[in-house]
Design a protein around this ligand. Structure first.
Ligand SMILES: [Zn+2]
Length: 115
C-alpha cells in the first residue's frame, strides 16, 4: 500500500473558472464552492466533465484568502480556502462565459499566466 500523504489527490480535477481542485465526486455532490451559481455542477456528471479539467499545473494551497499575496496574484482573494491549480488547460462552455459576463464579471482563461 502506498502511503496516503500529500495534498494532491490523484484524480483531482480543476474548475475551469476559479481553478479550485476537487475530485469529480466532490464536484458532483457539492458543486464548485466558488462558481456553483454559474456552473450548476451538482448531480450533473456531463456538466462536471465540461466545466472542470484533469489537465492542470502547479498547486497552491490557499488557507488565508484575505491575506495571501498568492491569492491576489491569482485573483482568487475573494474565494474559498482550498487547493487551487495555477494553470488549467481547457475552456468552459460559452454559456458559462456569458453567465459570468451577465453578472458583470470578466472570464479569464486559466491556461495562461499573466504577469
Ligand atoms: Zn469554480
Amino acid at each position: 500500500m502506498p502511503p496516503k500523504s500529500g495534498p494532491r489527490k490523484a484524480d483531482s480535477r480543476a474548475c475551469l473558472v476559479c481553478g479550485i481542485l476537487q475530485t469529480p465526486n466532490e464536484f458532483l455532490n457539492d458543486g464548485c464552492p466558488n462558481c456553483e451559481e454559474i456552473l450548476n455542477l451538482k448531480g450533473n456528471a456531463d456538466r462536471v466533465a465540461e466545466c472542470t479539467s484533469a489537465l492542470y499545473d502547479g498547486v497552491i494551497a490557499m488557507m488565508q484568502p484575505e491575506e495571501s499575496w498568492v491569492a491576489k496574484w491569482q485573483r482568487i482573494d475573494k474565494k474559498r480556502r482550498g487547493l487551487y491549480a495555477v494553470r488549467v488547460t481547457g475552456r468552459p462552455p460559452q454559456d458559462v462565459i456569458d453567465a459570468i459576463e451577465e453578472r458583470g464579471g470578466v472570464y479569464r482563461p486559466r491556461d495562461t499566466v499573466e504577469d
